[in-house]
Write a protein that binds this ligand. Structure first.
Ligand SMILES: Cc1cc2nc3c(=O)[nH]c(=O)nc-3n(C[C@H](O)[C@H](O)[C@H](O)COP(=O)(O)O)c2cc1C
Length: 337
């Protein structure tokens, strides 16, 4: 499936999040209305050595199409070979992580360190592009630090290398997850870009998603932490985008949790299912009345069925309008992009 055609139909993209957007969660979010989904960052070296863990991280189902596999590394040849492997595994596009701020990654010259030299980056991207027929996309930050916000140069180098789109998290590497994503800057990059731009950062509700899309002029917006507090954010955003207003829609917590459990259970690993269910339901409860007491109870459960029952009990007493806090302040302030 052509990811660009899909982006035009549904411009709301699930952001890659390590340890979160695994195979199960991507299927769940796809069912919950995400247009495009991407795997978390995957080491190009791990692919080179066919590490079982790495290959497992790459797994996806056709329900998730169009699906991108995000890879990282600093060596053009290793990245090109990994991209070719991703293509042969049937992915719809290859995404390169150029936004990871984590010291272990940037010290080796990968992730956001690659933004420092757009000229060299352009050559690396051309080498990767020459190795594949499927689209190549990149995910970047606005720059390395405040004195080098060079996303416009990076986008131009990427466009020359044949990159299909650029997703921009509106913070510099130096900022980490502090401060606010700079959407004015994202809009400026978009206005000067010859290729589609997907804006990203701090989209905390469906209304904000639609407003950012419109005001920045971007071709899509990418939502990460926002869907962890509100699993309906994609459906709601698409509805507002298409109809111009939010309509009353079915938002059934128990039914939604059953769906999540069905995907998580596909792993046939009870411990994993219980852990994942706890993590997600704890996040979904953020900002609702008595959520702290709920979370305390949740963490005493040892099976996915137990977690589901406790969660159903809690959520059946709530209505969505009771969620007071959907902000990202102090919420998951570390990540790989
Ligand atoms: C826990 C976590 C893990 C992340 N892992 C990745 C990753 O693997 N690759 C990547 O490009 N970005 C990663 N990111 C960054 C997100 O894709 C996104 O750019 C960032 O969270 C800002 O968007 P948001 O405010 O909508 O969450 C991660 C973020 C978080 C919070």
């Amino acid at each position: 499936m052509d990811p660009l055609v899909s982006l035009k139909k549904n411009p709301f993209v699930l952001a890659p999040m390590a340890g979160i957007t695994d195979n199960a969660f991507r299927s769940f979010m796809k069912e919950m209305g995400a247009g495009i989904v991407v795997t978390e960052l995957i080491s190009a070296y791990g692919i080179e050595y066919r590490s079982h863990r790495t290959i497992d991280l790459m797994s996806f189902t056709s329900q998730q199409r169009p699906i991108g596999v995000q890879i990282f590394g600093e060596d053009a040849t290793v990245l090109a070979k990994a991209a070719s492997f991703v293509e042969s595994a049937g992915a719809d596009f290859v995404d390169i992580n150029l936004g990871c701020p984590v010291p272990k990654v940037v010290k080796k010259g990968a992730g956001s360190a690659m933004l420092k030299d757009p000229c060299k980056l352009g050559e690396i991207l051309s080498t990767i592009k020459a190795a594949i027929k499927i689209p190549l996309t990149i995910k970047i930050r606005t720059g390395w630090d405040d004195s080098s916000k060079n996303a416009i140069d990076v986008v131009k180098a990427a466009a020359d290398a044949g990159v299909t789109w650029v997703a921009i998290h509106g913070r510099t590497r130096a900022q980490g997850y502090s401060g606010q994503a700079d959407w004015d800057f994202i809009g400026e990059v978009k206005s000067k870009s010859p290729i589609p731009i997907i804006g990203n950062g701090d989209i905390s509700s469906a209304t904000v998603a639609v407003r950012r899309l419109k005001e920045s002029g971007c071709d899509g917006v990418m939502i990460g932490r926002g869907c962890l507090k509100n699993p309906w954010i994609f459906k709601q955003a698409l509805e507002i985008h298409q109809s111009g207003q939010a309509m009353a829609m079915e938002r059934d917590f128990p039914q939604t949790l059953e769906k999540l459990k069905a995907y998580v259970d596909l792993r046939l690993d009870q411990r994993y299912s219980a852990l994942q269910m706890k993590k997600f339901t704890a996040w979904f409860s953020s900002g609702y009345p008595n959520s702290q007491a709920f979370r305390k109870k949740l963490f005493t459960e040892t099976t996915a069925d137990g977690v589901l029952e406790v969660s159903k009990d809690y959520f059946s007493t709530l209505s969505l309008s009771q969620q007071e806090d959907t902000s990202h302040e102090n919420f998951l302030m570390g990540g790989h992009g």
